[in-house]
Ligand binder design. Structure first.
Ligand SMILES: Cc1ncc(COP(=O)(O)O)c(C=O)c1O
Length: 475
């Protein structure tokens, strides 16, 4: 029977085992050990093609820039580049990786609130498509740096236009209360001040609503705001910009089935199970903006415009799974009788895995939900309630909401009789996981396998060895 979390070939069930693009997850775990991240190049391409369809519903070019912070292992960046997608970086480190992966300067844009001079130098030197300027102060730093290097820096100004999204607070980025960007009036002042600078090319304006944004209508609101600013900048400075950047934030449905959905409050369900076609949201937003431009007699301002998008999660989240082994099992009486699936529970069956919040940080910071299945027995009924936890010496390293506020289910359902060594898989685990991982408890960072489009698994990151834990220590 088909499982509700199955998507095309990835992931699916064959011979009772989880398969990733036709490759057995259990065999991969046996070959490379756990914890292990496994990515599908086919799924990455599928996701990029899906986003590129937004280019078919606008009458101007679309430039897609993968948000590298979602997952920046070089093998993944190369797979993204080979799928004909450009890149958005957030630090000198990500810029270095992007260049190392083979991206050209004109394929790179650079965000960030606290850029250092060496990072600006690197970006200007690589002649990147745009440095997204976060403040008036930063723009002065960029001009000074470009002047010293006898270069011209391409810039785009990041706005905070007060657009609210129903995502997690930590993922909201377009509010005045957030730490990002500048107010539209400050940006206008920058355009006035720097429009004749020989070292600054004022190319565009940018905003990013937030990540896992459940509302397609927010893109229309955002694009309208960008147009209003584009128009104002033109009227007050005579500058016609060459791009507008709508950021990323397209959601991924993390909720595998109705049972899981019903365990969440309405707002969390809306956020975690959000699902809409980027093409539809962008098409609608573009039409809204076009109408605004036409009624303002300013459609000419769109003639030379390129639309940029910076999706991260929607490219990589469902292209990755995290395989983990059960390393310990225990049973414990529950002091007060709990209900799970309308059954009274008197005993908790604990499974202790080798993947904790050192690998899935957002499970504790944002109580993020990753659906769990047995990779060893993927085809069996997942109807037994377990309490799951990771390996860290930290009471918060659990797969449920430790504060008991119900933001995560208190139990996970797996087949009966899970044994030591059984391989489990956390699905949709490709975004904001390994890129946020730490060596907390001196735990080695895991290996990463990428299943190529030809169905061959390729190791793109080896597991850290013990000596890697001491790599930069002086003793
Ligand atoms: C400026 C910017 N662009 C793009 C992204 C990528 O967002 P997502 O991964 O939700 O597409 C983020 C993440 O929050 C961001 O801050």
């Amino acid at each position: 029977m088909s499982k509700d979390w199955q998507i095309e070939n990835f992931p699916d069930v064959r011979n009772n085992q989880l398969h990733i693009d036709g490759v057995s997850a259990v065999e991969l775990a046996n070959a490379h050990g756990t914890p292990l991240f496994v990515f599908s190049e086919r799924r990455i391409r599928h996701n990029i093609d899906r986003l590129k369809r937004a280019g078919q519903v606008i009458d101007r070019p679309l430039k897609l820039c993968y948000a590298a912070k979602a997952m920046s292992t070089i093998g993944i960046l190369r797979a993204v580049k080979d799928a004909d997608c450009d890149i958005e970086v957030n630090s000198g480190g990500e810029l270095y990786k992007a260049l190392e992966a083979g991206f050209r300067g004109d394929q790179i844009i650079f965000n960030g609130t606290s850029k250092e001079i060496w990072e600006l130098e690197g970006a200007i030197d690589a002649e990147i498509y745009a440095i997204q300027v976060d403040s008036v102060v930063e723009l002065a730093m960029i001009e000074e740096t470009a002047k010293r290097l006898s270069k011209r820096a391409n810039v785009s100004l990041r706005l905070v236009p007060e657009i609210e999204s129903a995502t997690h607070h930590g993922l909201q980025t377009a509010l005045l209360t957030s730490k990002f960007g500048m107010m539209p009036d400050e940006a206008l002042e920058c355009f006035r001040q720097y429009k004749d600078s020989p070292h600054i090319d004022l190319a565009g304006i940018h905003l990013h609503i937030g990540s896992q944004n459940p509302s397609p209508g927010a893109y229309a609101e955002a694009l309208e705001v960008l147009f209003v600013n584009l128009h104002k900048i033109y009227n007050e400075t005579g500058l016609a910009l060459s791009h507008i950047n709508l950021g990323g934030g397209f959601p991924v449905n993390y909720v595998a089935n109705d049972e899981v959905a019903n365990s969440f409050t309405d707002d969390r369900r809306e956020m975690l199970s959000a699902d809409f076609e980027p093409k539809d949201a962008i098409g609608n937003a573009w039409q809204t903006m076009r109408r605004a431009a036409e009624s303002a007699n300013a459609a000419h301002l769109l003639e030379n415009i390129t639309l940029l998008l910076e999706p991260g999660r929607s490219i990589i989240a469902d292209a990755g799974v995290l395989l983990t082994s059960v390393r310990n099992i225990k049973q414990r009486p529950i002091a007060r009788t709990e209900e799970c699936d309308n059954r009274p529970l008197t005993t908790d069956h604990w499974l202790l895995t080798d993947a904790g919040f050192n690998l899935t940080l957002s499970m504790v910071t944002y109580n993020w939900y990753y659906h769990l299945v047995s990779a060893s027995r993927a085809g069996e009924e997942h109807d037994f309630a377990y309490k799951l936890a990771g390996p860290l010496c930290d009471g918060g390293d659990v797969y449920f909401d430790i504060e008991g506020s119900g933001r995560l289910p208190s139990h996970r359902r797996l087949p009966r009789g899970v044994e030591l060594g059984e391989i489990l898989a956390l699905l949709n685990c490709g975004a904001y996981t390994l890129s946020q991982a730490s060596q907390y408890n001196s735990r080695a960072l895991p290996a990463v396998v990428l299943v190529r489009t030809n169905g061959k698994p390729e190791l793109i990151r080896r597991r850290d060895e013990l000596k890697d834990l001491l790599l930069n220590e002086i003793y």
